[in-house]
Design a protein around this ligand. Structure first.
Ligand SMILES: C=Cc1c(C(=O)O)[nH]c(=O)[nH]c1=O
Length: 320
């Protein structure tokens, strides 16, 4: 069973890796991903300077069937990261042939000027096996509306950054809930030849989880408002993956993320059109062993259905 795939011209040893933000802020976490069954890895979204992020508690699992949650997580980390230079140094010493896994770098500039400086530094470093995923969708920086919901700003940003990157790169998108928005965003994405993939979806922004017993919000930042992840966002994620799979120009790919807790949801993401799969909440809850488990589960579903490679069913969701 062939689970391998190629994104932006770089082969992945299998379709699974972490979602930016999960298990990827520091080198020890990244090493654990390298040692795991993941086919690649992505670093925590970087800003120009290091950031502490929001006050804790800022992440909470929401157990399925418990009043406070529908199976997943709520989080408002606030872009805590080591600063882009840390990840640039990590990328400089990253040996893609030794690891057999490409390195994705997530960048989340707080301003266009910051994004230009970070992108330029990565482009000038001429890093092999390193792919940029520009984050347009952080919902948790107080006072910062996310770029992904401002189509003109997204277009302007891409007009500036795409030529600087030259190599194929991707963007991380928020969930959209309106057909007109799928059309508008796809039209922007299709303008940029080296924009090779979109990653759908980031957390469903500004949810609120309340504990029945304490009558209190589950996380501290923003009166408890935070991004929703995990099983409860699967169907929104599948819709976004399929909407962009149907709309993007030939050659552009979709990386699926949102609600993958087992091989089943991974299979559905691929059926919806995903070329690769990122895992966030389930990685936070289970740790890096999650990758061997979901890989095994996906392989057994494929064997049962008689598929030998993911290409045979990618994007082939049937309609009535
Ligand atoms: C980069 C910041 C993000 C964060 C965060 O650092 O709060 N949380 C998310 O769910 N998505 C993000 O894109």
């Amino acid at each position: 069973v062939d689970l391998s795939t190629v994104i932006a011209g770089v082969p992945l040893s299998n379709v699974f890796f972490n979602a930016a933000g999960a298990w990827c802020q520091r080198e020890d976490e990244l090493q654990a991903l390298l040692d795991s069954g993941a086919g690649s890895l992505i670093t925590k979204s970087a800003t120009y300077e290091a950031r502490e992020g929001n006050p804790t508690p800022r992440y909470a699992p929401l157990a399925d069937g418990v009043i406070s949650g529908g199976g997943g997580s709520i989080s408002s980390i606030g872009l805590a990261n080591e600063g882009y230079k840390y990840y640039l140094n990590y990328a400089r010493q990253f040996d893609v042939t030794r690891h057999g896994k490409p390195l994705f770098i997530s960048l989340s500039g707080l301003s266009l000027a910051d994004s230009v400086k970070m992108v330029t530094a990565f482009a000038q470093a001429e890093l092999s096996g390193c792919i940029l995923e520009i984050n347009f969708s952080c919902p948790n920086v107080p006072g910062k509306p996310q770029l992904g919901y401002d189509m003109n700003a997204m277009d302007t940003t891409l007009a500036t950054l795409a030529p600087l990157i030259e190599k194929p790169f991707g963007i991380k998108l928020p969930p959209y809930f309106d057909m007109a928005h799928f059309d508008q965003v796809a039209a922007v994405v299709n303008k940029y030849d080296n924009l090779a993939f979109v990653t759908c979806i980031n957390s469903v922004g500004n949810g609120l989880a309340i504990d029945l017993d304490t009558e209190r919000a589950m996380i501290k930042p923003k009166n408890g408002f935070g991004g929703l992840g995990g099983r409860m966002i699967l169907n929104t994620a599948l819709a976004n993956v399929n909407a962009f799979y149907r709309r993007l120009a030939p050659g552009k790919q979709v990386i699926g993320v949102g609600g993958v807790v087992s091989g089943k949801e991974a299979f559905l993401h691929i059926l919806a059109g995903a070329s690769a799969i990122q895992i966030g909440t389930q990685l936070m809850e289970e740790g890096p062993p999650v990758f061997d488990r979901v890989k095994r589960e996906l392989e057994s579903i494929m064997e049962k259905k008689g598929y030998n490679s993911v290409e045979e069913f990618r994007g082939k969701v049937k309609t009535l």
